[in-house]
Design a binder for this molecule. Sequence first.
Ligand code: SF4
Length: 388
Amino acid sequence: MKTIATFCRVCEPSCGLVAQVEDNIVQRLQPDRNHPVSQGFACHKGVNYLAIHQDPDRLDYPLQREGSRQPGEGQWHQQDWDSAIAAVGDQLAQIRDQYGADAIGGYIGNPTAFNALGSQGIGEFFMGIGSRRIFNSGTQDCSNKFAAGEAVFGTSTLHPLPDIDNTDCLLIFGENPKVSHMSFISIADPMAKIRAACQRGARVFYINPRRIESASPKTGEVIQILPDTDFYLMAALLHEIDALGRFNQAVLRDHSNHVDELREVIAPYSADSVADVVGLSAGDIRALADTFSAAKRASVHMSTGVNMGRQGTLCYWLLQMLSFVTGNLDREGGNFYSEGFYPAAKAGRARPDDSLFFSTRYGELRHIRGALPSNLLPDMILDDDNPV
Ligand code: SF4
């Protein structure tokens, strides 16, 4: 039996796994205790990956259908890869010649997005055939972060993350880490980090419409707001922090542009004016603003619950502003950007033609990180004039 170090590619942390292999067949898959980052952690998806690998329905080779396309009819025949790729290539070339490149669309899901060569290869492929009809799972739950990242930092892939190990106060909007493992943050076991932070005295608040599983006496408390009202709470927090005189003057002097415009935006949203909208008392909102801005080191994060709301992009902008004006952006215990293993921020640099809106029968659209909104893919497939 050979032991081979590998990793789980289902989501961002890429937790270390150890495979035991005999006669070229994986017999066991376990968390890798010696992995320097995940340190023996893998969630239920990672440890059960062997069941997917061994699933009898798993497709390990190309199948070609012949005869009727009706369900239950027609015949499937195994093909070798070279013939299958040649056949698909021929058909795509015919479609492109007859209907144009945009008749070919593509959807990129998470396992491909987290596959370094796969995501690169698909982008090149679509660029090569000239189609701009690419869709991805990111447009279903996090395009707002890419768009706001572009607007604030000039790149869709710069996302300052909370330094949970060193923070004294952490606000988590629209996210349930115990269930989701937090997105974008790439920590294998975020609840362990949150628990450790609370143990050394950090305050953790989950701003959420539900009493979520992550909250407990050892892991922080829920501040229960009305659904999809995060923008108003964030704006009120900024408003009240400013009223307390706690915008960090040195940071603003050295690093800010357009602070007057930010103040104009938050001016109408005092704690009193948003209290009924968000479902909290004005006193509770002011107390949260006080706790966050008085903390020596404070950090903030948001995820799907806010991303998929009506004002996800604005919220992500205000989230950066909460971190920035309190002097917590790009510092230990606050939110910072880690370069990781390749210069991701450079790769996501805003391309001028990508941010242009254009008119379509579905309304004004733009590409975000090269992709169109995936919720429109079915309509574009069924489109009478110019279908995918
Ligand atoms: S958190 Fe779970 S799904 Fe994500 S990489 Fe780790 S084991 Fe895989």
